[in-house]
Design a protein around this ligand. Structure first.
Ligand code: XLS
Ligand code: MG
Length: 343
C-alpha cells in the first residue's frame, strides 16, 4: 500500500499525434478517462484551463466559472479531486511569442487574462494551485528580448496573480528547452530565485518534471531535493527520458531506474505528501501503442513507482552509515544495485 496520493492529467491519454505524423489512436472522452483513472488508482486530476473550459476564449468570466462548476460535478461523480489548473499559454495565436514575456503588450494582457481565469477555474474546482509550464517564455532570437526584462516580466506576472487571489499558490514547472530555444526559467534553481523575488515567496514554488531535469543535464532527485530544502516542492511530474533529445515523457523509471529510485527515495525521506502534495505523472504512450493499451503507460508508471517505494522502504541506512564511515562508496553503490536488481 503506497504512502502517496497520485494525480494525472487528461492529456496523458492522447491519440499519439506528434510533430511528424497524425494520431494513431482513437480520441477518448474526458469522462471515460476519469472512470479509468480512478480504476487505475489515481486520486486527483491535473487540468489545463482549456481542458476544463474548451471554448474559454469565447466566454465571459461568469460563463467560465459556470463551466468549471460542471467539471466539478463530474469529478465528484468519480470521487476525484482537482490538483491544479495550468493556463495553456502555447497554443493560441496570441501566445506565439510567449505569454508573460511576449514582445506584444496585447499578448501579455491576454496571457494575464488566461492566468486569472485559471485561478477562477481552480477555485470552482476546489483547488488552490496554479502550475505555470513556461512553454514559449523565452526567445527564438536571442536579441529579441532582454533576459533581464523577460525575467522581471515573469516576476511581475506572478505578483499580479498573487494579488488577484490572496491565498492561491503558484508553481513554476521549469524546462530548459522545447518549444523555446532559450528558456528564461529552465531549472529548479531559477524557480527558487524567481519565487524569492515575488511579493509573497511562501506561495510560490516548483513542480519538478523528471524529463525536464534530464533535458537540463541535471539529476531529477537533486532538483526535487533542492526545492524541498526551501519547502517549495508543491508537486511533481514524474516520467523518464532517454538522454538529452526531444521531450519524451516516457513511463516513470523505464530508462533510468536508479535515478527513478532516488526520486522516490528523496520524496519518501523528506515527508513529501504530508501537506497533501500529490505524486503527479506526466507520461505519454508511445505512438506505436494500440488503442486497447491506451492506459498501459500509466499503469506501468504507477506499478514501477510503488515497486521502487518498497525498495526505498527496505533501504539499509545502517549499512549506508557504515559505508560512509569507511568511505566505501563502491560498497554502497553495489548495495543499491543489488537492492534494485534482486527480486
Ligand atoms: C510539457 C509540460 C506540460 C505541463 C503541463 O512539456 O510537461 O505537460 O506539465 O502543461
Ligand atoms: Mg509536465
Amino acid at each position: 500500500m503506497s504512502k502517496f496520493k497520485f494525480s494525472v492529467g487528461p492529456w496523458n491519454v492522447h491519440g499519439g499525434a506528434d510533430g511528424y505524423g497524425p494520431a494513431t489512436r482513437q480520441t477518448i472522452c474526458i469522462e471515460e478517462k476519469f472512470k479509468k483513472f480512478k480504476e487505475i488508482g489515481f486520486d486527483a486530476i491535473q487540468f489545463h484551463d482549456d481542458e476544463v473550459v474548451p471554448n474559454i476564449n469565447e466566454l465571459s468570466v461568469e460563463e467560465i466559472k459556470a463551466e468549471a462548476r460542471k467539471m466539478k460535478v463530474l469529478l465528484d461523480k468519480y470521487g476525484l479531486k482537482a490538483e491544479f489548473v495550468a493556463p495553456r499559454l502555447w497554443m493560441d495565436k496570441r501566445t506565439i511569442d510567449g505569454g508573460f514575456m511576449s514582445t506584444s503588450e496585447s499578448d501579455r494582457e491576454f496571457a494575464m487574462w488566461r492566468a486569472y481565469r485559471s485561478i477562477d477555474i481552480a477555485r470552482e474546482l476546489g483547488a488552490d494551485l496554479i502550475v505555470l509550464w513556461l512553454a514559449r517564455e523565452g526567445t527564438l532570437c536571442a536579441e529579441s528580448k532582454s533576459p533581464v526584462w523577460a525575467t522581471k516580466q515573469l516576476i511581475d506576472a506572478i505578483n499580479k496573480m498573487l494579488e488577484y487571489d490572496k491565498t492561491i499558490r503558484i508553481c513554476i514547472e521549469p524546462k530548459p528547452n522545447e518549444p523555446i530555444d532559450r528558456s528564461i526559467c529552465g531549472t529548479m534553481g531559477h524557480v527558487m530565485a524567481v519565487a524569492s523575488a515575488t511579493i509573497d515567496p511562501k506561495r510560490v514554488g516548483g513542480n519538478l518534471e523528471s524529463a525536464h531535469a534530464i533535458l537540463a543535464g541535471l539529476d531529477p532527485a537533486h532538483e526535487i531535493g533542492f526545492a524541498m530544502a526551501f519547502d517549495k516542492l508543491f508537486t511533481v511530474h514524474l516520467n523518464d527520458q532517454n538522454g538529452i533529445k526531444y521531450d519524451q515523457d516516457k513511463s516513470f523509471g523505464v530508462e533510468n531506474l536508479r535515478q527513478a529510485f532516488n526520486q522516490v527515495k528523496v520524496l519518501l525521506e523528506n515527508g513529501y505528501g504530508d501537506n497533501g502534495e500529490y505524486v503527479g505523472l506526466d507520461v505519454k504512450a508511445m505512438r506505436t501503442t494500440l488503442d486497447k493499451d491506451s492506459y498501459k503507460h500509466l499503469e506501468n508508471s504507477l506499478k514501477i513507482f510503488k515497486m521502487l517505494e518498497e525498495k526505498a522502504e527496505k533501504f539499509d541506512y545502517a549499512f549506508r552509515d557504515k559505508c560512509i564511515k569507511e568511505r566505501d562508496f563502491e560498497g554502497l553503490e553495489m548495495y543499491v544495485l543489488e537492492l534494485l536488481m534482486k527480486g
